[in-house]
Design a protein around this ligand. Structure first.
Ligand code: TPP
Ligand code: MG
Length: 892
């Protein structure tokens, strides 16, 4: 392995090694670690110059990073903290066991918190500073599956009642319960960050730490030494997102960020790296990324053994074992440890000769030793210049004994038998007798007990309780009518895309007295695609170090300006990272009490399709802001083909309950949606956020036709009625986004060539229409005795005569899902299928959504209603140049 300390190669004498080690020790003693490090560095250089091929290693030996002599004094009452921790262990376990006795299979996790208890308790007692009037507070991402431990602590703190604990995972019980995992949506006064979809929280934490710096550099909050702590599982680091942004953290020198990885060497099914060493693997990844890595592997009981080992044999032996062997060792007897671990070398055996088998079994791992954990945390918070990761070794299911300690099944363990319960009770000294114990009651010592007093005093000293979510931002006050009015006017014939229109609005918003400084434009290397490069110069690109170079285009008007107070977050090619920034900015109203308004603009295909789980987490977190799906529409973006042309995102937005999804066609529609969105989110404090698709097809933007604001926001309004409403042949055409123009063209063809008078509607949001329809239906079902309400769609179409045809640049399922609230049958045209690399006109023909196909669909509906002859349709197919035998776009 990388970390092996090689001794005795090529017959080298022990004594030679010994001499080298001794001389290093004496340098260390007389001149200190810096000088010792310097000598080693010089030796390494000297060796290289002399042709010695030193193997590359990003690893340090399999030992604690902080030697005992550099450990600070533990400032707490260790015995009292152990007792408090034991009580939390008990209540966390009781919560899961009780819940599963009442409702079989309700689930919950015991072994994750059991392994992480010390890691959290040292944090709670000594490090996590709460938010207060004076201090912004530390931010903590708790590992999702450890939630029972956080609830159990809040119970001791008097923040959660026994009834709430009783209803763990039973949130619908009278009096309410506790959500399985950290979900701000479900527990908005408690949880801040959803962490249980593994891999999301490490990435979110990195961008949170960076966003904190952004707020400071832009003068939106004072600079503080607040930290972002993220607790992860070692198995969780398998997720690519977990390590995906670690170089950003070191590049940005985020010494306000601390990862604590609970290395219990196990995940759900079994060992994380049975045949390797996850800790060494993570160390090399993080060191390679220039993080400050602190390994906390061995508890204090090991210190004297290491001290006796003057030859470095113990650390060498430790580096030899693979995790599968380690997992076996921690559940084995002292005799087994002696034989199989120390027994590999008589000199090692000698090191532990004075120790009994029992004391060998009791050798703790570092992550279970508060002194070692404290030392690591202290070093982490004091560290300057880079983020820190603490790799703490623990045992999964610590303390569960036969019920699961270190066993492969332990993750799923939810029930304990009577003996196992008694055993656990005794091991942690819970004052319950044999009989009471098997009932697994929650146990909280009296308010005036030393434990509760101590725990409260510690939290008071740290400013209050954690976790705790609160909304502290003040609502905006302006109505911003002036700002958006200009966009209601239309472009007076000038052809612009909705993206250009949006960028115009963004530019204006950035200048606004109230919201200007709060806007956070976020782009994943796509600003030029969306015509946003003019903003580079005007508001600058955020860079924590300013601009150390003269940009190549400095002589141009729109040069690439990076600045320490730059406003744009140019994230590079990472939609996930950009989304994490969106989340940090969009939740700052709670995290920091600052109403930052993020606008994340991206290639729409790489949004919901690629990072939907982050969007779901944002929704859970009550994030506010605007997602802008640029270059949207399956046929509106020409040439790009199957991977870029998005006909999916409005369907994929459907499941996110609090996102409002709009597919506007015109500039004034966007203006109305954004203005109202800012009001709802930042004035009225609604927990919604927005998805708006914008396109790159230029066309003349019309002026707003009367007061259609309400219709725009509710999802549809009549944009252009038929010239001759009295005509015998009538139709209603529904268009969205850029396809609205096709509907308008069809309106003309129908009128001039076929005598059909069609009204054209702009459907801005099928999602809004669907939600309204479902809610109305539901209300009627629940109130059968009252006058039935009508869905908005039904009301709109109350006096609308003729056949119904819808066309959008998205799947047909969107119009289909609201058709049941329409007065008559609906013909739907959409863009289901892979598509092609092609131009707009050909793509619209291919997908059968252009004006000709809308015309045909209308005529066909009229035929079905017996209003026209078949010959008219036959002729139309010919006249419109439609190939009836063309391939089906859905599957070709
Ligand atoms: C993205 C995702 N995939 C799968 C799961 C299911 N899951 C929950 S916990 C777990 C194992 C966790 O192992 P580890 O990260 O090592 O945490 P430990 O409990 O060992 O501390 C898995 C697979 C999940 N929560 N999220
Ligand atoms: Mg694990």
């Amino acid at each position: 392995m990388d970390n092996e300390i090689s001794t005795q190669p090529h017959g080298m004498e022990d004594v030679e090694i010994q001499e080298w080690l001794e001389s290093l020790d004496s340098v260390l003693e007389s001149s200190g670690p810096e000088v010792a490090a310097e000598i080693l560095e010089r030796l390494r250089a000297h060796a290289t110059v002399n042709g010695i091929d030193l193997p590359f290693t990003a690893n340090t030996p399999y030992a604690n990073t902080i030697p005992p002599r550099l450990e600070p004094l533990f400032p707490g009452d260790q015995e009292l903290e152990r007792r408090i921790k034991s009580l939390i262990r008990w209540n966390a376990l009781a919560m899961v066991v009780r819940a599963n006795r009442v409702e079989h299979n309700i689930g919950g996790h015991i072994s994750t918190y059991a392994s992480a208890a010390t890691l959290y308790e040292v944090g709670f007692n000594h490090f996590f500073r709460a938010r207060s009037e004076e201090f912004e507070g530390d931010t903590v991402y708790f590992q999702g599956h450890a939630s029972p431990g956080m609830y159990a602590r809040a119970f001791l703190e008097g923040r959660l009642s026994a009834q709430k604990l009783e209803n763990f995972r039973r949130e619908l019980k009278p009096g309410g319960g506790l959500s399985s995992y950290p979900h701000p949506w479900l527990m908005p006064d408690f949880w801040e960050f959803p962490t249980v979809s593994m891999g999301l929280s490490p990435l979110m934490a990195i961008y949170q730490a960076r966003f904190n710096r952004y707020l400071e550099d832009r003068g939106l909050k004072p600079a503080t030494d607040a930290k972002v702590w993220a607790y992860l599982g070692d198995g969780e680091t398998d997720e690519p997102e977990s390590l995906g942004a670690i170089t950003l953290a070191s590049r940005e020198k985020l010494d306000n960020l601390i990862f604590v990885i609970n290395c219990n060497l196990q995940r759900l099914d079994g060992p994380v790296r049975g045949n390797g060493q996850i800790i060494q693997e993570l160390e090399s990844a993080f060191r390679g990324a220039r993080w400050n890595v602190i390994k906390v592997l061995w508890g204090s009981e090991w210190d004297p053994i290491f001290e006796r080992d003057t030859e470095g044999l113990l650390v060498k032996r430790m580096g030899e074992l693979v995790d599968g062997e380690y997992q076996k060792l921690v559940v084995s007897s002292g005799a087994y440890v002696r034989e199989h671990f120390f027994g590999s070398d008589p000199r090692l055996l000698k090191l532990v000769e004075p120790m009994s088998d029992d004391s060998l079994r009791r050798l703790r791992l570092g992550g279970h030793d508060p002194r070692k954990v404290y030392a690591a945390y202290k070093a982490a918070v004091d560290h300057k210049g880079s983020p820190t990761v603490i790799l703490a070794r623990t045992i999964k299911g610590y303390g569960l004994g036969e019920a699961g300690e270190g066993k492969n099944v332990t993750h799923q363990q939810k029930k304990l038998n009577e003996d196992e319960l008694r055993e656990f009770r005794s091991r942690f000294g819970i004052p319950l007798n044999d009989e009471d114990c098997i009932e697994v009651p929650f146990y909280r010592p009296s308010e005036d007990s030393v434990e509760i007093q101590y725990l409260r005093a510690r939290r008071e000293a740290l400013g209050g309780y954690v976790p705790k979510r609160s909304v502290r931002s003040k609502p905006l006050v302006a109505d911003h009518d002036e700002l958006f009015k200009e966009f209601h006017e239309g472009s007076e014939g000038r052809e612009v895309s909705t993206t250009m229109a949006f960028v115009g609005m963004l530019r204006k918003m950035l200048k606004d007295a109230e919201i200007g400084k709060l806007i956070v434009p976020i782009v994943p290397d796509e600003a030029r695609t969306f015509g946003m490069e003019s903003l580079f110069r005007t508001v600058g690109i955020y860079s924590s170090v300013g601009q150390k170079y003269e940009p190549v285009d400095v002589n141009t008007l729109l040069y690439y300006k990076e600045a320490k107070d730059g406003q744009i977050l140019e994230e590079g090619i990472t939609e996930a990272g950009s989304m994490a920034s969106f989340i940090a900015a969009g939740s700052a109203f709670a995290t920091h009490g600052i109403n930052t308004i993020p606008f994340f603009i991206y290639y729409s295909m790489f949004g919901f399709q690629r990072i939907a789980d982050f969007i779901w987490a944002a929704a859970d977190m009550r994030t506010r802001g605007f997602l802008l799906g640029g270059t949207a529409g399956r046929t509106t973006l020409s040439g790009e083909g199957l991977q870029h042309q998005d006909g999916n995102s409005h369907v994929l937005a459907l499941p996110v309950p609090n996102i409002k999804a709009y597919d506007p066609a015109f500039a004034y529609e966007i203006a109305v949606i954004i203005q109202d969105g800012i009001r709802r989110m930042y004035k009225d404090g609604e927990n919604v956020f927005y998805y708006i698709t914008v396109m790159n097809e230029p066309y003349a933007m019309p002026a707003m036709p009367g007061d259609v604001k309400d219709g725009i926001l509710r999802g549809m309004y009549r944009f252009r009625p038929a010239a001759n409403a009295k005509s015998k042949l009538r139709a209603q055409l529904f268009g969205s986004g850029a396809i609205l123009n096709e509907a308008l063209r069809a309106q003309e063809i129908l009128e001039t060539k076929y005598g059909v008078a069609a009204d054209v509607w702009s459907v801005t949001s099928y999602k809004e229409l669907y939600n309204d329809g479902s809610e109305t239906e539901r209300w009627n079902r629940l109130h059968p005795g009252e006058k039935a309400r009508l869905p908005y769609v039904t009301k709109c179409l109350g006096d609308a005569s003729g056949v119904l045809v819808a066309a959008s640049d998205y799947l047909k399922t969107l119009p289909n899902m609201i058709s049941k609230w329409m007065p008559r049958r609906l013909a739907s045209l959409g863009t289901d299928g892979f598509g092609r690399s092609e131009g707009r006109t050909s793509l619209r023909e291919f997908f059968e959504v252009d004006s000709r196909f809308i015309t045909l669909a209308t005529l066909h509906e009229l035929l079905a209603d017996g209003k026209i002859e078949r010959s008219v349709v036959d002729k139309a197919i010919k006249d419109l140049g439609i190939n009836a035998d063309k391939p089906n776009p859905v599957i070709s």
